[in-house]
Design a protein around this ligand. Structure first.
Ligand SMILES: [Zn+2]
Length: 486
């Protein structure tokens, strides 16, 4: 699409006189030349102030990094760009916003085959696909214990990196997690309604997404935990047939696609009442205990606060007035406006007040989990969710984490070093060190001082290729102009 200005292939790149940020402890190392060759950080040396431009190799491209901070590229650890049939615009928008890798949160046998064949719909300007699951485990393919166990085995055999769970019932949840553990494949996803969070953590779910979502964790942090769990179990369950017919998969997926735009829009008065009770009885001590449990079990949290905010505050003008909407197709924006209008129509002011209060509790919970040292990752949940523009939405996640009170260094770690630890890829990513992948971001401000500095992306290096500020602007313009003018 674009022609990045510097190193491609064998031509080395020198980032001259940068300040390297150590994502382990926030230490700053100024005055360094970082040499990149063949997509790898080849050398890091002290800048020689007497050598005006001296590159390490005669043919190297040199980028002046004076006054700039070098960090690993951002990793969006909860994203869905490959759900889209034509994901290119979203992927390029992610890269243009400093995202060099993502965990794809919904897969299929076809996507797994395409990955094997090297035919995933990616371009040179795409972030890396860090992990890809099989098809979502739902009541359709995992409606009974034998079906769930078989689905886990099938997906492991298909080469899935993890099992993504959504909407399955507690009786199926634990056998599915147990089977996955036996096969050594991690499980990530949504906790079933009414489940005991501590038990799910002990059972070995590797990552819990969206702080539950819904009532699960918030009810688990209540002083009335037991009675709330009983009330949740008594709610009418989502009834889906467990018979497996090919066309029903497609129908369910179509229904799900509509639901995921804003799942909160389906809330019933009974659910909102339980949510308000959970808010009223929220216990910081219980949340701190849960954080301790997550540390003990190695259970990761991917809060996706921006996803929760766009759901609970769906009709807020901050979303409908978002200037980044210009990067989205008009049909998408219309769908999101429709979801916001439905939200306003359906929920009277007291319900909306409950949602706002719930979101504030989720911010407090996030801070408690962070303070307690629970492992956490940054993720946006773009594409498919209302008001989530791929790329900018991860930056909004940084802002929400900061709003919750998570320290700036921790936010930086949640999108760089910690994902590498989560994925077991610390030897190739997560810090700026010799031998690691040259997937990097240059910032104009110090990200250890304030998370807002993460927005000041002035250059991106992806697989050793340098995108200047101008290249990034061009990339964004191309995405924008791919959509008909509104
Ligand atoms: Zn998701």
């Amino acid at each position: 699409m674009t022609a990045p200005t510097a190193a491609t292939g064998s031509r080395p790149l020198v980032l001259r006189n940068v300040t390297v940020v150590d994502t382990r402890d926030g230490a700053l190392a100024p005055g360094l030349d970082v040499v990149i060759a063949d997509g790898i950080i080849a050398e890091i040396t002290t800048t020689d102030p007497d050598a005006a431009t001296a590159p390490a190799a005669a043919d190297a491209a040199v980028v002046d990094g004076s006054g700039r901070y070098l960090i690993p590229g951002f990793l969006d650890m909860h994203a869905h760009p490959l759900n889209d049939k034509h994901p290119a615009g979203g992927l390029e928008l992610m890269l243009a916003n400093g995202i060099t890798g993502f965990r794809q949160m919904a897969g299929s046998p076809q996507l797994l085959r395409e990955r094997d064949a090297g035919t995933l719909p990616l371009t040179d300007d795409s972030p890396a696909v860090l992990a890809l699951p099989g098809a979502l485990l739902t009541p359709l393919n995992a409606g009974s214990i034998p079906a769930a166990v078989a689905a886990v085995r099938d997906q492991a055999a298909q080469g899935a990196d993890f099992i993504k769970i959504a909407l399955i019932t507690p009786d199926v949840f634990f056998p599915a997690v147990a089977e996955a553990r036996k096969l050594g494949i991690p499980v990530a996803g949504h906790l079933p309604a009414g489940i005991d969070v501590s038990r799910a953590s002990r059972a070995g779910i590797r990552a819990i997404e969206h702080l539950g979502p819904g009532l699960t964790i918030i009810a688990g942090c209540s002083t009335d935990e037991v009675s709330l769990a009983e009330a949740i179990v008594a709610l009418p369950a989502l009834r889906l047939p467990s018979v497996r017919l090919p066309f029903m998969d497609r129908i369910l997926m179509r229904v799900l696609r509509r639901v995921v735009i804003n799942p909160v829009n389906r809330s019933t008065p009974a659910e909102i009442e339980i949510l308000q009770q959970a808010v009223d009885t929220f216990s910081e001590e219980r949340a701190a205990e849960l954080a301790e449990q997550f540390v003990t079990d190695g259970t990761w949290q991917v809060p996706t606060l921006i996803r929760l905010r766009t759901q609970y505050l769906c009709d807020s003008a901050e979303f409908s007035d978002d200037p980044d909407l210009r990067y989205m197709a008009e049909s998408t924006t219309k769908t999101w406006q429709g979801a916001a209008a439905a939200f306003t129509r359906k929920f009277p002011p007291p319900s909306r007040a409950t949602f706002r209060a719930a979101y504030d509790v989720l911010l407090r919970m996030t801070k408690i989990f962070s303070d307690g040292g629970a492992p956490m990752l940054a993720g946006s949940d773009a594409v498919g969710a209302a008001w989530e523009v791929p790329g900018p939405s991860l930056h909004r996640e940084f802002d929400e984490l900061a709003r919750a009170g998570v320290p700036a260094l921790r936010i930086l770690q949640m999108t760089t070093r910690d994902p590498a630890e989560f994925l077991g890829t610390g030897s190739t990513m997560g810090t700026v060190d010799i031998g690691k992948n040259a997937d990097l971001v240059l910032l104009d401000a110090n990200p250890v001082d304030a998370a807002a500095a993460l927005h000041q992306v002035s250059a991106v290096i992806r697989a050793g290729r340098h995108y200047s500020t101008a290249d990034l602007a061009t990339l964004k313009d191309q995405v924008r102009s791919a959509h008909p003018a509104t």
